[in-house]
Design a protein around this ligand. Structure first.
Ligand SMILES: [Zn+2]
Ligand SMILES: [Zn+2]
Length: 149
């Protein structure tokens, strides 16, 4: 069983199955939610991620649908688990990569999206995608084959 805990250790998720994708999102909402220049997140099938024990997650939405439910640990208020439910597709869970480090073999970051919204430059060989539609598409075309496999 693989588990990942929030920074305070009071909330824990059990993770099954393989990661679908790892991305870096530089959008302003991710910057705000993570209090960081970008979100480094690993995507799983939502059904493969289960809160366990005394985990308390408080969800909020930072913009109207189709929106991600952004969950913080209710004890330490740190980003913990995000869930995306959308029509016709299996739901997807986003877990901060740093919470999984050492627990699972993390895939490399596949793409950086919403790079035009960045608050800091990142110089690496990963594709840097700017713009709303191009960013959505860059994620979808990588996520869908894994999700429907
Ligand atoms: Zn984002
Ligand atoms: Zn916590």
């Amino acid at each position: 069983m693989t588990t990942a805990s929030c920074p305070c250790g009071l909330s824990t998720i059990e993770v099954k199955g393989d990661p679908l994708l790892r991305i870096a999102c530089h959008c302003s909402l991710c910057q705000q939610f993570n209090a960081a220049p970008f979100a480094d997140i690993v995507l799983y099938r939502d059904k493969d991620v289960s809160p366990i024990g005394d985990t308390k997650i408080r969800y909020s939405r930072l913009r109207p649908p189709p929106a991600v439910d952004r969950g913080v640990c209710a004890h330490c208020e740190q980003p913990f688990l995000e869930r995306l439910r959308w029509p016709l597709m299996p739901a997807v869970a986003f877990v901060p990569s740093e919470l999984l480090a050492g627990q699972v073999v993390l895939p490399d970051i596949a793409v950086r999206v919403f790079y035009d919204k960045r608050s800091a430059d990142v110089d690496d060989s990963v594709p840097h995608i700017s713009g709303y539609l191009a960013s959505q598409w860059a994620v979808m075309r990588r996520l869908l084959p894994a999700l429907i496999a």
